[in-house]
Design a protein around this ligand. Structure first.
Ligand SMILES: [Zn+2]
Ligand SMILES: [Zn+2]
Length: 336
């Protein structure tokens, strides 16, 4: 079977490898039918991360179940599913409290489509072995097209996580989103406005992304980040830019929260005394994935949000090497 391999900056190609097999009764085999790039993948492809090729890339897909192990109870062949990108056991104290990203059984950081902590396979592939399928898979609502939610295993619920639960704590709050990294910032704008934010301010330097944010209803500000942009109870840093992160940390209201989606690979010196005086909660992490996948999908299924405008293009699966090398923000590769 084929899997897409990241070789070097802007160089990707198909590689033949043996078909994965079910090796545990809790495994499933799935065939990705709509796959896309995470914002992190785009940085990897541009050579702006510590991740070096070659490795099987891709950790966002909707897939069709091909086979399940005998202990899998929630899914069967033919089901359309979203695959959570974290490798998790489903039964440790973290997995059972909605934190599969910090699974205590598998090393933190074990993921599909990234190197370093085991070769779990990538999702631009003909077949993928999903471990702990009952935990890792979420059923795709029948009314939702796979291509629209190809990002539902990672970036989409990531944006949900950094907006909707915080808006439940602070209903009607104003939200600042620092863009730059790609799709997560735009999904955050989308969820925040659908979730009742009084106003969302979106900052970025990229015209296309600013237009999408404006389409969702954000007040957009083009240009490099100022030192401070205001005082927002909820701030999302999805910039992958140090100056924007610092602006985010200075622009949070007293006792507000700043959530950073990452994309910062070096050390950053933070304005800790300013933050101390105001009281700032800062969270950064890979997103909890699993438990939030169904939540994010439900918002789409109910028509409360529409992720479609974020998609850069929809192309045939076979064209993945060239399409991904082109560096578009959110290309979706679909199997006919
Ligand atoms: Zn990701
Ligand atoms: Zn676990």
């Amino acid at each position: 079977m084929r899997e897409l391999v990241f070789l070097a900056p802007r160089q990707l190609d198909w590689r033949e490898r043996a078909e994965p097999r079910i090796t545990s009764p809790k495994d499933a085999l799935v065939r990705p039918i709509a796959a896309t790039t995470c914002d992190l993948d785009r940085l990897i492809i541009r050579g702006e991360t510590p991740f070096r090729g070659p490795f099987a890339i891709g950790h966002e897909c909707v897939a069709e179940v091909v086979a399940v192990g005998e202990a899998v109870t929630g899914f069967r062949a033919g089901d359309r599913v979203v695959v959570n990108w974290h490798i998790s056991c489903g039964h440790c104290p973290h997995c059972t409290t909605r934190r599969p990203n910090a699974c205590l059984t598998h090393q933190p950081g074990a993921m599909y489509g990234l190197p370093g902590l085991g070769d779990w396979g990538g999702m631009f592939s003909d077949l993928l072995r999903v471990v702990e399928a009952d935990t890792a898979l979420t059923m795709l609502p029948a009314s939702v097209a796979p291509a629209i939610v190809a990002s539902a295993g990672d970036n989409l619920p990531f944006a949900w996580e950094f907006t909707i639960p915080h808006l439940a704590e602070a209903p009607g709050a104003e939200v600042l989103v620092m863009g730059g990294c790609g799709s997560i910032a735009l999904y955050a704008v989308m969820f925040a406005l659908a979730g009742g934010a009084a106003r969302v301010e979106y900052r970025d330097t990229d015209h296309t992304r600013l237009e999408i944010a404006s389409h969702y209803g954000a007040d957009v500000v083009e240009g490099p980040p100022p030192r401070r942009a205001g005082a927002f109870p909820i701030v999302v840093d999805a910039s992958a830019d140090q100056a924007s992160l610092l602006c985010a940390l200075r622009s949070v209201a007293p006792e507000g929260i700043v959530s950073s989606v990452g994309g910062h690979f070096g050390d950053v010196s933070m304005p800790l005394f300013e933050m101390y005086q105001r009281g700032v909660r800062f969270y950064t992490g890979r997103g909890r994935g699993g438990p939030n996948v169904a939540e994010a999908l439900e918002w789409v299924a109910q028509g409360l949000v529409d992720p479609a405008p974020v998609i850069s293009c929809i192309a045939p699966f076979d064209e993945a090497p060239a399409v991904l090398a082109g560096g578009l923000m959110k290309p979706v590769l679909i199997r006919s």
